[in-house]
Structures are given as C-alpha cells and as structure tokens.
Design a protein around this ligand. Structure first.
Ligand SMILES: [Fe+2]
Length: 341
C-alpha cells in the first residue's frame, strides 16, 4: 500500500485556455509558473503547484497528482502497484516542480501521478485575486463509490472520514477531514475542486471580490455539517464548481480517532461516522433549516442539560438522533439538494 500525504495538482482540460488561465490567475490568484502553447502550470503564491490547464475540446479533470513521503523510491512504488496488479509507468518532468512521478489509473479512470519530491514554484510577490493557501480537495462523481473508496483506502492509504448514507464518501490522507470526495452518480466526472483559504475574513474578502468581478456565488456562505468547513461556491468560466473553504475538521491524531473538538460539532467527540439521510447539508447558511423537517443533526444535549419534563419534544429528538446514527440502507436516488453535499 502507498501512503499518500497530500494532493498535489489537478489537471483540468478547457476549450478556452486563455479565458480559463485568466480566471485562475486574476480571480483565484494563482501564479503562472510556466506557459506552453496548449498548457499552463499554476501555483499558489506560497509556491505549491495546484492547477495544470490543458487545451482540449472538452472540460474535464483527467489527472490528479499526490505526494508520498519525500525520498520514496519510484521503483518501489511501481513494484508495490505491480504486486497489486496495477500497471504503472514512470514519467519525468510532469511539471516544472515535479521531476519524477509514477502514473497509473484509478478504477474510475482518473490518471494519478504520484511523486515524492518537488521544487517550490519561484517566489511571486504580486497580490491579486483570492490567493488560496492550497488545493484542498477534489470531489468526483462516479457510479461505484464503494469500489473507489476501497481502492483509495487499500491501495493509497486514505482513511474514511465520513459517509453520507451509502452514496457520498469523504476520505482523508492527512489531518484534513477530506482530500477527495466521491459521490454516487451514473457518470464519472469532476464534481468540484476546493481551495483552502486562511479564515472567515478571507471568505468575506472572496465574497466581495467575486461580486466585484461579476461572479455570483452559487451556494453559501455556509458551514457544512459533514467536515464542518465554512464554504462558498461559484462556477468558473468552464462551468466547473469551485469552492473556497476554511475551518475544516482536523484529525490531529489518528490514534485518538476523533476530530479536534469544536463548539459546533454535533457529537462529543466527533468521530468518523455514517450520517443519515435526515442530516441537513449545513449547520448554518442555505439548506441549514427546513420548516418541514426535523433538524436531525441537532447536537445531542447531555442528559443533565435536558429539560426535566418535555416528553413530546424529547421523544422527537430521540427519534431524530437515532435516524442520524443509523447507516442508511436507502438505495433511492438522492435528491438534487443532497447531491451537493
Ligand atoms: Fe468541497
């Protein structure tokens, strides 16, 4: 098994390279590291390569890079993959920062480029756009979520942070709650890419900047329940959904097995779990309340904090909590609102 430590860069294809490059530099605030006729490599201001754009007739995300421990031997990576029956090939100079990588295909058809060592991008002192800290996570749709989760856990060393029912999985490879997400859908596609920003102030600044740039938010600001990140969403010129987020749940110690406690957590402690169908998408913001539904994700109060005589509401709360705790066996198609998160 490999042990992935972080996401490197996502390769996105675009029919209009100039327009998409303008978006990623001027709006997202990435630095242009290298430009070829049909390709551009972009990094964060802090020097982490994050996005590679390639000219193509279609919009897609055909490749994703991951870093393993520095100093890892590419030959050993090839051998480990081979033992598991996975064909791979060694590639050189896949970006200016990555001199050597091992490429193979995951079960949903995305090419993964695993590297151990990289060079930071040259210093860029300019101050423009949102300027995220890093490429934080990449979400995909695919028909066989259970299969892809097994591959990422068994072959790449990911851990499951949370499930929503049996159709949406959140996997971590570091302290971050998720670095990849997989949502069940008939077709394999990119669902969204997400950049981490420093804090809520950066989210507010991004809201103002996007509005000034005539880019409408499509969702948020909000705090999710699964992962608990504060987030905003918009679409880039190719229609790819882009998220900015901060305050994602952190698992600092795998042996402790819970996410660093936060006041807004539903459980104490907040451990990886299966969230039931009744779980709302968000703790606050859009889709955090519904007049027709019980807030099934409401935090369970300790017994001593419960009102001594409230039989009706207490019973309702207990039923709702049981619903959250029980893994979903439902196979029905998720409603569109649930598909988003
Ligand atoms: Fe996300």
């Amino acid at each position: 098994m490999l042990q992935i430590k972080r996401a490197g860069h996502s390769t996105l294809t675009t029919p209009d390279l100039e327009r998409t490059l303008d978006y990623f530099t001027r709006i997202i605030g990435l630095s242009l590291v290298a430009r070829e006729k049909n390709r551009a490599i972009l990094a964060t201001k802090a020097g982490l390569e994050a996005i590679v754009l390639e000219r193509s007739a279609t919009v897609g995300a055909p490749r994703l890079s991951f870093q393993v421990a520095p100093g890892s031997d590419p030959g050993e990576i090839v051998a480990k993959l081979g033992k598991a029956g996975i064909k791979s090939e060694r590639r050189t100079d896949i970006t200016p920062g990555i001199k050597e990588a091992v490429a193979f295909t995951d079960p949903k058809g995305t090419t993964l480029e695993v590297f151990s060592d990289f060079d930071f991008a040259p210093r860029d002192e300019s101050f423009n756009g949102v300027m995220p800290l890093k490429l934080g996570h990449i979400a995909y749709t695919c028909p066989d979520v259970q299969g892809i989760v097994k591959f990422y856990c068994d072959m790449l060393g990911f851990r499951v942070s949370d499930w929503r029912g049996d159709f949406f999985a959140f996997l971590r490879c570091s302290r971050d709650h998720h670095t990849v997400n997989f949502l069940r859908a008939p077709n394999t596609a990119i669902h969204h890419i997400a950049f981490e920003v420093r804090d809520w102030t950066d989210i507010k600044r991004a809201c103002d900047f996007l509005a000034q740039s005539n880019i409408r938010l499509t969702w948020g600001p909000l705090r999710h329940i699964i992962g608990h990140n504060i987030a905003i969403y918009h679409e880039n010129p190719d229609g790819v959904v882009v998220e900015f987020y901060c305050e994602m749940d952190q698992m600092y110690d795998e042996e402790l097995g819970y996410f660093e406690p936060r006041p807004w957590h539903q459980d104490r402690p907040q451990r990886p779990k299966v969230w039931g169908d009744g779980t709302l998408s968000n703790w606050w913001g859009p889709m955090s309340h519904s007049p027709n539904r019980t807030n099934a994700a409401a935090p369970a109060k300790p017994a001593e904090e419960r009102a001594p005589r409230a039989p009706a509401s207490a019973a309702a709360t207990t039923r709702a909590q049981k619903k959250v705790a029980r893994p979903s066996k439902s196979r029905r198609k998720p409603k569109s609102r649930r598909k988003r998160r």
